[in-house]
Ligand binder design. Structure first.
Ligand SMILES: [Fe+2]
Ligand SMILES: [Fe+2]
Length: 165
């Protein structure tokens, strides 16, 4: 069955939001590369890729539901951050924003009786719990290490090897 139009528009908006998140995290990777923390940079690069995959999940769903994918422009991401802590705080705020968007989408899908969209969104609801928890735990570690270069380098090493996440 072809997808409800209002829901299709909202899902397209979510593709854009996921791609914007991807670009934001790539910009954070570049920031961490610029302050010689390659482990953080690698972690954010990985996360940037994940957000593209999220966007593609919705893309594929729209195509399967015989609806039209409509891409929009990506905003210029923030270039610099006051500190690693500030970058992680911005990242966590971004994830919370996405969670609110997914919740609103779920509510809309419910109102429009788009049951298969609700089903598809269950994955995203779960994912956002994981994402917020992950970003929060990295933020706590950065807060604890910040101000001590050696501790930051140890954390950087762990993030680069995928130990800290
Ligand atoms: Fe995402
Ligand atoms: Fe995310």
């Amino acid at each position: 069955m072809k997808m409800n139009e209002t829901v299709a528009v909202a899902l397209n908006r979510q593709i854009n939001s996921e791609l914007n998140a991807s670009y934001t995290y790539l910009s954070m990777a570049a920031y961490f590369d610029s302050i010689e923390l390659p482990g953080f940079a690698a972690w954010f690069r990985g996360h940037s890729k994940e957000e593209i995959e999220h966007g593609m999940r919705i893309y594929d769903f729209i195509v399967k539901r015989d609806s039209r994918v409509e891409l929009e422009g990506i905003d210029k991401p923030q270039l610099n951050f006051d500190s690693p802590t500030a970058a992680l705080e911005t990242a966590l705020a971004k994830e919370k924003e996405v969670t609110a968007q997914i919740n609103a989408l779920f509510e809309l899908a419910h109102e429009e009786k788009e049951y298969s969209t609700q089903n598809m969104l269950h994955w995203f609801l779960e994912e956002q719990i994981e994402e917020e928890d992950l970003f929060r735990s990295i933020l706590e570690k950065v807060k604890a290490a910040e101000g001590n270069r050696w501790h930051m380098l140890v954390l950087d090493g762990e993030l680069g090897k995928g130990i800290a996440n």
